[in-house]
Each structure stands twice: as structure tokens, then as C-alpha cells.
Design a protein. Sequence first.
Length: 105
Amino acid sequence: MEMAIDFKDVDTVDRMHKKLKHAFGFPNFYGANIHALIDCLGDIRYPEYGMSEVIIGENEVLNLTIKNFPYENKLIINIFFSAIKYVNKKSINRHETPSIHLILI
């Protein structure tokens, strides 16, 4: 599955969470923190949990393209990349393929 998100207006962690919540269709109770991000992204293979409107199959991968990533913001870098890394590690630990391939342009 392919998905693209433009981060050109993402200059704070709060805006990053809002952008991701909207793009993935996270639930209204999304906590807008790294733990909530990991939980919601980590459940994209499990539609029964209702944590994301973006769903991939058991052995499918989400090719996530991020345009205009704010490389100057160390906090966004840390939270976003840590969440993706943790989600993929969780998949590998379950003997699944990594859930998200990240493409930065």
C-alpha cells in the first residue's frame, strides 16, 4: 500500500500529531504522544482494534512517503523515527514483515 503525507506545515510536535491523526484516521481519543502514535501505527494490521482507518494485510507493507520532512526539528525527528522503528520492531518480534517502509523526499 502506498501513502504520502506532506509535512510542509509541520513545525511542532503538536502539528505532527494532528497531521498524522488526520492522515491515518486515528480515533478521537488519540492521545497525541509517542505512546499513542506507536499504538495506533502498530495496529494498522489489526482493523478489529479500530485504531486507524489505514489498514494493511498480514504480510503487506505500508510504503509511507513523507514530503518536506522538518529535519531541523530534533524533537519531531526523535518522536517520529522512534515510533516507526518501534512499530517495525514489534512486527519483526511477531515474526511479521515490518509494517512501514519510510520514504523521505
